[in-house]
Design a protein around this ligand. Structure first.
Ligand SMILES: C[S@@+](CC[C@H](N)C(=O)[O-])C[C@H]1O[C@@H](n2cnc3c(N)ncnc32)[C@H](O)[C@@H]1O
Length: 266
């Protein structure tokens, strides 16, 4: 069900994700390239590529990037950019993150940015990334991290569990194809369990415009006041995480973006 919703909602809003600032210009894009240090002979795969930003930022540094996604309309947007910019080493392929159509040990790099919160089975996705990477290959992950002691160390476990549930509800009301954003603790445990050595982790604050966040998913008007009200009604742990602001640009909030670099044993 949620994969059908992903295709329906991202299919209808594909062009929005090409121009969305947090996707096209977010700080994690350049930071990923810096931390990964890609090799010129590498074959890379970007999973759930959306508007293609991660695949396109790595393309000048590697031999080949495959930009993959569940949603055909997103890949059409990537193909359009590749053709317009005359990029010769990016190809697109329909692929489910949890069942990758690639051979074992065939890739040097797998990236996945701001997408796993849509995947129903994250351990399956991480196992698939591990399977398709060569020994010594790099997994570069970015996703919105739900609150836990890594994002908000001043709060106790019960308040943080409630704040994580509130954050996921907030996202799911806006985008019914949102499955669940994991916490930093859950991610690190799962990536290690799959057999990766974690080489680097960091949390980056991502400032969001409420209006753009709403427009990107064409949220029905009747849902908007309730979402704004959730920011006003936030209990202390969720309030500390989401950092509601109101300034000349309008209503805004902040999400923690988790960045992890993992290495498959060589
Ligand atoms: C927010 S966009 C991704 C943003 C993009 N990675 C970037 O860096 O700008 C989320 C994407 O995840 C894709 N997606 C969701 N579930 C998926 C799955 N199970 N397998 C592959 N792609 C999926 C959607 O089609 C959508 O294009």
């Amino acid at each position: 069900m949620s994969k059908e919703l992903v295709k329906e909602l991202f299919g209808a809003n594909a062009a929005n994700y090409v121009v969305s600032d947090v996707h096209a210009k977010g700080a994690s894009l350049a930071r990923l390239v810096e931390l990964v240090g890609p090799g010129a002979d590498w074959q890379g795969l970007d999973i759930a590529t959306g508007g293609g930003h991660t695949a396109l930022v790595f393309a000048p540094h590697v031999k080949r990037m495959i930009a993959s996604d569940l949603t055909r309309e997103m890949l059409d947007q990537v193909d359009k950019q590749v053709a317009e910019k005359g990029i010769g080493n990016v190809e697109t392929k329909i692929a489910d993150a949890e069942a990758l159509p690639f051979d074992d040990g065939s890739l040097d790099l797998v990236t996945c940015r701001i997408a796993p919160h849509h995947f129903p089975d994250i351990p399956k996705f991480v196992a698939e990334v591990h399977r398709v990477l060569k020994a010594g290959g790099t997994f570069a992950l970015v996703d919105n991290a739900a609150p836990d002691e890594a994002t908000n160390p001043d709060f106790g476990a019960p308040e943080l569990t409630e704040a994580a549930a509130t954050y996921n509800t907030f996202e799911k009301i806006r985008d019914p194809s949102h499955h669940r954003a994991w916490t930093t603790g859950e991610w690190l445990a799962s990536i290690e369990e799959a057999g990766f050595k974690i080489e680097h982790t960091e949390l980056l604050p991502k400032k969001m415009s409420f209006d753009t966040w709403i427009k990107n998913m064409s949220v029905p008007a009747e849902k908007v006041p309730g979402l704004a009200q959730m920011l006003n009604d936030a209990k202390p742990a969720f309030a500390a995480y989401i950092q509601k602001r109101e300034d000349e640009k309008g209503l805004g909030f902040t999400i923690a973006e988790l960045l992890v670099i993992g290495r498959k044993a060589g």
